[in-house]
Design a binder for this molecule. Structure first.
Ligand code: AMP
Length: 296
């Protein structure tokens, strides 16, 4: 739709909202025929500046920007927050449009998972550590993510898909799926957008009450401290210092670990490859994750 689009720097506010995959495909027919680049930003809604940074990046690079909006039940475990996950399609659609999306694809649960749905896409190994540890969210969480992302890729047919580095393990898992299955899409991982006190933006931050909201800033402080100590001393000292920072805020993390940023294997020392330090912790009503990548 390059032919009919205004200059991407001019804010475009008319947005098409579609639920049905057939209608989505129809909306993209011209774009495909004219060889336009299609960018996809998958989200679960409750948009914040982190999401909008992805849409803006897609807007800057692609001819057509699709944002998907789908709270995917299969990536929530029993007892997780699927039911109470904040939903506001009208607000999200307006925000997505203001950041430059022209199509919002918001399928229904029944549309995504019709009666008899029995196919799963599963990446092994990478999904069994950190959040995928069976004692935590478990690999089923990532199986839900990879299955729905594969479906979104097939529905939209994007040239590029944009993800946040905030979910570092998700990025590693999706990149592996794309490589292993030869999916014809480029994955862009963009930096974590933070609140002024360092807290990584997250739709789940709305669950934080005042005192917990202040305490939650300890996660990013701990990561920064860990990186500093790792660079000046040792990775082990960095991990210890990060954990101490969390303890000062009364936070007992599910994990605070150093891993290879690509294959998520444990690492004991900085080794010339990007090293991910990742944390997950329950702070009051919210389970939060955050990370930093130490580039060589
Ligand atoms: P979600 O709606 O939480 O599934 O997130 C949709 C996309 O936004 C994912 O690729 C997330 O990694 C990304 N995202 C969420 N929070 C942030 C953030 N603070 N900075 C950058 N990207 C983010």
């Amino acid at each position: 739709m390059k032919h009919s689009l205004p200059n991407p720097s001019q804010a475009r506010v008319d947005v098409k909202f579609v639920r049905a995959t057939d209608e989505l495909r129809l909306s993209l027919t011209d774009a495909r025929r004219f060889g336009d680049t299609i960018g996809l930003v998958p989200t679960m809604g409750c948009l914040h500046d982190g999401h909008l940074s992805l849409i803006r990046a897609a807007r800057a690079e692609c001819d057509v920007v699709v944002m998907s909006l789908f709270v995917n039940p299969t990536q929530f475990g029993p007892g997780e927050d699927f039911e109470r996950y904040p939903r506001d399609e009208e607000r999200d659609t307006a925000l997505a449009a203001s950041a430059g999306a022209e199509i919002v694809y918001a399928p229904t649960v029944e549309g995504m998972y019709p009666e008899g749905f029995s196919t799963r896409v599963e990446v092994q190994g990478l999904t069994e550590v950190l959040c995928g540890d069976p004692a935590r969210r478990g690999p089923e969480h990532f199986r839900g993510v990879t299955t729905v992302v594969a479906k979104l890729f097939n529905a939209v047919g994007p040239c590029v898909a944009y993800f946040g580095q905030k979910d570092a393990q998700q990025v590693a898992v999706i990149k592996r799926m794309v490589r292993d299955l030869n999916l014809p899409v480029r994955i862009e991982a963009l930096p974590i957008v933070r609140e002024p006190d360092g807290l990584a933006m997250s739709s789940r931050n709305v669950y934080l009450e005042d005192g917990d909201r202040a305490r939650a800033a300890a996660l990013s402080r701990a990561l920064r401290r860990a990186e500093r100590e790792a660079r000046s001393g040792s990775l082990a000292a960095g991990i210890e210092a990060g954990r101490a920072e969390l303890a000062k805020a009364g936070i007992d993390p599910e994990y605070f670990e150093a891993r290879d940023a690509e294959d998520l294997a444990p690492v004991a020392e900085l080794n010339g490859r990007p090293v991910l330090i990742a944390v997950a912790a329950q702070v009051g009503g919210a389970r939060l994750i955050d990370n930093v990548v130490i580039e060589p």
